[in-house]
Design a protein around this ligand. Structure first.
Ligand code: APR
Length: 320
């Protein structure tokens, strides 16, 4: 059986890490595309030269030509400009919207059957714009945000409780902005919901509230530390988990920015919700029940995504 093909549009910090992880996990052959000449070629060759040491077989090709993504099974998009300190995700909108236009046209022409994962920020608006530009079926395109946001939440919780990260599950819904919705009631340690752990004296409500707040600002915390860019290890790991679920038909239940057509009362927008990812792409949107407080937070988050989508439409009326 031929190897799968993974195309990475954008070979920057996240793109390079994606390429390395895809090889280490032997997900398939990797094509790195970037407008910066030499970068995808150099990173591809460097990673390929690590393969004899780590013992994995994967082909690497760096390119400036969209023709090389032809027939890709999975495409992960990180092309664009990352956030700098003091810059909000929304500031990126105008620049990255143009990038999505170009990337969407490339996908439409050369790889219309791929499963596409978008990472470029502001995420929920960019995945929406990329779907419009590429014309991909709505079950074949998702945004990576919830896996990362819930990984951050899980890590902070595991640290607080001094337990393995493996035994902490967490749900973060809504848009990938500072008003994302970490769902405390649906987050657990080995099945025990967080509110019960507060009652059991494992932590206090105040500490839990602080962790929720740190999760919401998780991206900004890394930007402030790095100063020259934004997070890349955890975002890349998160997108690889989504790609693997598709390629291996694992049917994992993962929070992702998915197209909603009435679910959660939202129409024609991409918002972070739990979905099942399998061989058919988005196989199911899981609609969980929210209480009044959670619903209010979710709606606030959806309203900010709607604001971004409306801003995209006014920048480029052809998207409306
Ligand atoms: N086509 C292809 N590649 C492009 C284009 C384009 N039109 N425009 C920019 N790029 C490339 C840049 O040359 C760069 O190599 O995208 C790459 C982006 O890489 P980084 O600047 O290192 O950014 P990274 O940290 O990987 O983040 C990428 O993900 O989390 C989001 O906010 C983040 O939007 C950003 C994206």
């Amino acid at each position: 059986m031929a190897r799968k093909k993974i195309a990475l549009i954008g070979a920057g910090q996240i793109g390079g890490t994606l390429a390395h992880l895809a090889g280490l996990k032997e997900l398939g052959d990797v094509v790195l595309f970037d407008i910066a000449e030499g970068i995808p070629q150099g990173k591809g060759l460097d990673i390929a030269e690590s393969s004899p040491v780590d013992g994995f077989d994967a082909g690497y090709k760096g390119t400036q030509s969209y023709a090389d993504i032809a027939g890709a099974d999975v495409i992960i998009v990180t092309a664009g400009v990352p956030r700098k300190p003091g810059m909000s995700r929304d500031d990126l909108l105008g620049i990255n919207l143009k990038v999505m236009d170009a990337v969407g046209a490339g996908i439409k022409q050369y790889a219309p059957n791929a499963f596409v994962i978008c990472i470029t920020n502001p995420l929920d608006a960019m995945v929406w714009a990329l779907q419009k530009a590429s014309g991909l079926p709505k079950n074949k395109i998702v945004g990576m945000a919830g896996v990362l946001d819930s990984a951050r939440f899980r890590y902070f919780l595991a640290e607080e409780f001094n337990v393995s990260v493996e035994d902490v599950t967490a749900f973060v819904l809504g848009g990938h902005g500072d008003d994302m919705v970490p769902l405390v009631r649906y987050s657990t340690v080995a099945g025990i919901p967080l509110p019960d752990l507060v009652k059991m004296g494992w932590t206090t409500q105040a500490k839990l509230d602080a962790i929720v707040e740190r999760t919401r600002k998780g991206g900004g915390e890394i930007v402030n530390l790095l100063k020259t860019g934004s997070a890349f290890y955890a975002p890349a790991a998160s997108a690889i988990a989504m790609a693997e679920s598709y390629l291996k038909d694992k049917k994992r239940v993962l929070p992702c920015a998915a197209h909603l057509d009435g679910q959660y009362g939202v129409k024609d927008m991409f918002v972070g919700v739990p979905i099942v990812i399998g061989e058919n792409g988005v196989e199911r949107v899981v609609e969980i029940e929210m209480n009044a407080e959670e619903k209010a937070m979710f709606e606030k988050s959806v309203a900010s995504v709607r604001g971004l989508v409306d801003a995209c439409k006014s920048i480029n009326p052809a998207l409306a």
